[in-house]
Design a protein around this ligand. Structure first.
Ligand SMILES: NC(=O)c1ccc[n+]([C@@H]2O[C@H](COP(=O)([O-])OP(=O)(O)OC[C@H]3O[C@@H](n4cnc5c(N)ncnc54)[C@H](OP(=O)(O)O)[C@@H]3O)[C@@H](O)[C@H]2O)c1
Length: 220
């Protein structure tokens, strides 16, 4: 599959490593330009590109930059993506450590992914946001393995969500349907499922135990 990854840090780098190893055709971008991604390209075989070109022709696009940087992404970022492309949002809102206060999230009650989606102008599928970057490399397991972790996946576009769930299965993880983007607060930072390393049953239970109230550590 043709996959564009925007953000080549902890998560974007490791997704580039695993997705190329599975044989996907990966283009990867950061903010500083493709010439700064030569090492990752050499290691993985991914194609480094400017961010504005990363989604070109892609069936899956991963947006994995710090939340506060989402508004800086090139406008029309997803215009050249394949029709019906699944856009994965891995983002989290860390107002105190990194992102500063975002009123639309805190006062208007937008979920983090709805906020990101509005900036991108394209529906998103929320996945990997509660997954430690290292686990993407170290914890894949074959289907049926009792140690296999499950990841919650939320999104409104059911076809795109299925594409993402199938890709995550290929990466070595089960998935749990966590509902639509308006419900995706159930997997935001500070919730029981955030960072949970467990199978599908425990992930489902953790999603039901989430509270809509934003934890103090994650308020700006
Ligand atoms: N780290 C984790 O374990 C983890 C787990 C789950 C979810 N997340 C979430 O996933 C997101 C990414 O986290 P991360 O830890 O991978 O971040 P990171 O290591 O800080 O990497 C961020 C990447 O985004 C790129 N970037 C920033 N602004 C950009 C722009 N305007 N255009 C293109 N690329 C841009 C950076 O490029 P430059 O270096 O060139 O600026 C860098 O490659 C965050 O929202 C984070 O909360 C992280």
């Amino acid at each position: 599959m043709k996959i564009g990854i925007i953000g080549a840090g902890n998560i974007g780098g490791n997704l580039t490593r695993r997705l190329t190893a599975l044989g996907h055709d990966v283009s990867v971008a950061n903010s500083r330009g493709p010439e700064t991604l030569e090492e990752l390209a050499e290691e993985t075989g991914a194609t480094p590109v400017p961010a504005a070109e990363a989604a070109k022709g892609a069936q899956v696009v991963v947006v994995t930059v710090p939340l506060k940087r989402v508004p800086d992404l090139p406008s029309g970022l997803l215009d050249g993506a394949a029709e019906g492309a699944a856009v994965i949002d891995t983002g989290n809102y860390y107002p105190q450590q990194r992102d500063g206060r975002i009123a639309a999230i805190e006062d208007e009650g937008l979920t983090e992914s709805r906020w990101t989606e509005q900036h991108l102008g394209h529906p998103v599928i929320k996945a990997f946001n509660g997954t430690y970057a290292q686990d993407i490399l170290e914890r894949p397991r074959p289907a049926g393995d009792p140690e296999r972790m499950a990841l919650p996946v939320a999104g409104d576009d059911t076809a795109a969500k299925q594409v993402v769930r199938d890709l995550i299965d290929e990466l070595g993880f089960d998935t749990v349907d966590a509902g639509g983007i308006d419900e995706s607060w159930r997997q935001q930072p500070g919730t029981p499922v955030y960072g949970l390393r467990a199978g599908a049953e425990a992930v489902r239970k953790a999603l039901t135990e989430a509270s809509l109230e934003r934890p103090a550590d994650f308020r700006g």
